[in-house]
Ligand binder design. Sequence first.
Ligand SMILES: [Zn+2]
Length: 122
Amino acid sequence: MHELSFAEQILKCVDQEARRHCARGVSRVRLRVGRLSGVNGANLAFCLKAVAEGSAMEGAEVEVDEVAPELVCSDCGRQPVGGVVEPVCPTCGKEAELLLNAEVYIEEVELDVEDDHAEAKS
Ligand SMILES: [Zn+2]
């Protein structure tokens, strides 16, 4: 279960973030998933909602952006863009190095933080 292990890691990070900011909860989480990661975005969102039950992230909206990875060929240095389905250079056929968007990233976390600045009096 590829997606489930990612979901558990993401939950851990989001939970830490929520604690650090003393948030009451998490309203939204945006994730970036590289198309070569083998992770299915819809499955990941589903797993994340399942593991989030009982945590600060319970009930949070989960958005997943599936993105094309950015590659650089180690041989010819070309950077193929768009429509990449394999980590292979379309120019020379050598295996290209993944630079960005190879795995799963947390793009944005929206926390539900109590804002009592207006009430603060000295
Ligand atoms: Zn190349």
